[in-house]
Design a protein around this ligand. Structure first.
Ligand code: 5GP
Length: 176
């Protein structure tokens, strides 16, 4: 990874403050109701862990995984489920937690995939969105930060499996 340059984009403090606000907004929206919070693995795991601790209503946790990217920077455009939910979401309030919305294909696919199971509601949250990269309209209810159309890592997001452990978000560029 020595030929890569990381340029910090969003600090740990900014992330933590924003995640607390999103948690408070979700709490307000669902006060007194139960939630199923669905994390989309692997990239959302850090956002997910912080977000659920900022939500103050009864909730259960579940996870799914989709493959949309190969191991690099360019989207394959294909989405398929590689890990599905472990319990029924029928008549439940579901929140989908994503790390980043890039083309929008994954989030829109997930909404369609979950809707088949007839939940009471589907709410979407993404830590990051790249508005200039959207290939289709994609409404996200709770967005952490809008970012430029650059590849980013950290706070759960990887490049070839690395950098997920950074507590902040950084742009990554090749210096060769
Ligand atoms: P989309 O289907 O919206 O194009 O892509 C969603 C998925 O692509 C994300 O969940 C994430 O795994 C991956 N992705 C998109 N942009 C980035 C990026 O800048 N950095 C990283 N690490 N992954 C990205």
């Amino acid at each position: 990874m020595e030929n890569l340059r990381l340029s910090p984009l969003i600090s740990e403090e900014e992330i933590q403050e924003r995640v607390r606000k999103i948690g408070a907004a979700i709490t307000d929206k669902f006060r007194g109701q139960e939630l199923v919070v669905v994390g989309v693995l692997k990239g959302s795991f850090m956002f997910y862990a912080d977000l659920i601790r900022a939500i103050d209503t009864d909730l259960t946790c579940d996870f799914c995984a989709v493959s949309s990217y190969a191991d690099g920077i360019v989207s394959s455009g294909e989405v398929k489920v590689t890990l599905d939910l472990s319990r029924s979401i029928r008549d439940r309030n579901v929140i989908v937690v994503e790390d980043i919305v890039d083309t929008g294909l994954t989030m829109n696919f997930l909404k369609r995939h979950l809707a088949v199971h007839k939940p009471k509601s589907i709410t979407t949250a993404s830590l990051l969105i790249k508005p200039d990269a959207l290939k289709e309209k994609c409404d996200v209810d709770f967005v952490g930060f809008k970012i430029p159309n650059d590849f980013v890592v950290g706070y759960g997001l990887d490049y070839q499996g690395y950098f997920r452990n950074l507590p902040y978000i950084a742009q990554v560029s090749n210096i060769n």
